[in-house]
Design a protein around this ligand. Structure first.
Ligand SMILES: [Zn+2]
Length: 391
């Protein structure tokens, strides 16, 4: 029998269960407690009604929310692109070709170097409250390099995504059809056993709609479920394709037509917004308000990668979303927790009600609103993952 712990004296508890507390989407409970048994939440409610437990933690009148669910990152990489960022901030626009720099460095790295880098960024994310993360391949672009990236990732998360179709491999730049054949053939065969998801960068300079459809359809036939980098740099077919293929998520969604917004609103494909990318490329912000008002489900994630968004901080993305994308603080916190879970089709994370994993973030603040109200301040004071205190 595993021991039980109550975290009590929580000034504001975000549960994301509308049947609790104030019955808002956040299911906000004031003067709350959470009971953890083993790796799960056993009870949530008002402190005065909490059942007896073996152990007791005093939250000290601070806020608790579900651990962040970062549903979009690219952490299997080596090398450094400081100079590219510096040049871009001096006036040059971002192009997808910058990925090649990381591909060369990643191919040259040993397995141990790749895993050490991944572990470092995961620890960094955990300290900032992230308890569930998805991560992708996409800097190997050969069968051997893609499959080893996925094997390394699978040692650290269940949410592993095969992104062989990040860009056309440099050695096949003159023959993209041959690269699509590789991605849908030998590379897919080698990668599918190590991944849950398949992703495509559907964009000018990467893969067009027909190529993306062929790649995702081949992945589905091998048991992988699609998600798509869609409509980041320009209007394109990505969002419509995501909805057509029942992708779990269309990611970026910066350039949307009314038809794109409507398609997302009438599907279960989540619109995952990645404001770190717009911040780091000085690009136009995605319009979260427009998506939410239309009825689409919105997730917020970091897109952590060494080129276009080198942040592992979900709190930073929440602050950007509130300041520049029309989200309320409540909506941004929901999107970074329950929204991320929806983008991964998970119901065991992103909420704090009985049965969910005991993944919790304690803030050094009386309210979750402080994540946007106090941007850039390291507010995360405690993190529990699977019932174990990690921070
Ligand atoms: Zn990405």
């Amino acid at each position: 029998m595993s021991s039980s712990t109550v975290i009590t004296n929580i000034a504001a508890l975000v549960t994301n269960d509308p049947s609790l507390g104030d019955h808002s989407p956040l299911g906000l409970v004031r003067d709350a407690a959470v009971v953890i048994e083993g790796d799960r939440v056993a009870w949530t409610g008002e402190s005065s009604k909490a059942p007896a437990t073996d152990n007791r933690v005093d939250a000290g009148g601070r806020a608790v929310l579900p651990g962040f669910v970062d549903s979009h990152s690219h952490l299997l990489f080596a090398g450094d692109r400081t100079e590219e960022f510096n040049a871009r901030m001096s006036g040059r626009p971002y192009s997808a070709g910058g990925i090649r720099t990381t591909v060369a460095a990643t191919r040259a790295a040993s397995d141990a170097e790749l895993e050490a880098s991944l572990t470092r960024y995961l620890a960094e994310a955990l300290r900032q409250g992230t308890t569930t993360f998805e991560t992708k391949s996409g800097y190997g672009l050969t069968t051997a390099d893609e499959s080893r990236a996925l094997r390394v990732a699978a040692r650290h998360t269940d949410e592993v995504t095969f992104l062989g179709a990040h860009i056309v491999a440099p050695e096949l730049a003159d023959d993209p059809a041959a690269y699509v054949d590789l991605v849908t053939g030998e590379m897919l065969d080698a990668c599918a056993p190590h991944a849950r998801w398949i992703d495509v960068f559907c964009e000018q300079g990467a893969f067009d709609g027909d190529q993306a459809r062929a790649i995702l359809t081949a992945g589905k036939a091998k048991g992988l479920h699609p998600r798509i980098h869609a409509n980041q740099l320009s209007h394109g077919p990505g969002v419509q394709l995501a909805v057509e293929l029942d992708a779990a998520s269309a990611d970026h969604c910066t350039h949307l037509t009314d038809a794109d917004v409507d398609a997302l609103a009438h599907s279960r494909t989540v619109a995952t917004l990645l404001p770190g990318a717009e911040f780091s490329t000085r690009a136009r912000w995605p319009d979260a308000r427009r998506l939410i008002d239309a009825g689409a489900t919105v997730a917020l994630s970091t897109d952590c990668n060494p080129g276009s968004s080198f942040t592992s901080s979900v709190p930073f993305c929440i602050a950007l979303a509130v300041r520049d994308m029309g989200m309320t603080p409540d909506e941004a916190v929901w999107s970074a927790t329950a929204g991320g879970a929806a983008a991964l089709r998970r119901d065991d994370v992103g909420r704090l009600s009985p049965g969910a994993y005991a993944d919790l973030t304690l803030l050094d603040a009386p309210s979750h609103v402080h994540l946007a109200y106090r941007p850039g301040v390291p507010l995360v004071a405690g993190v529990w993952r699977r019932g174990v205190r990690k921070v």
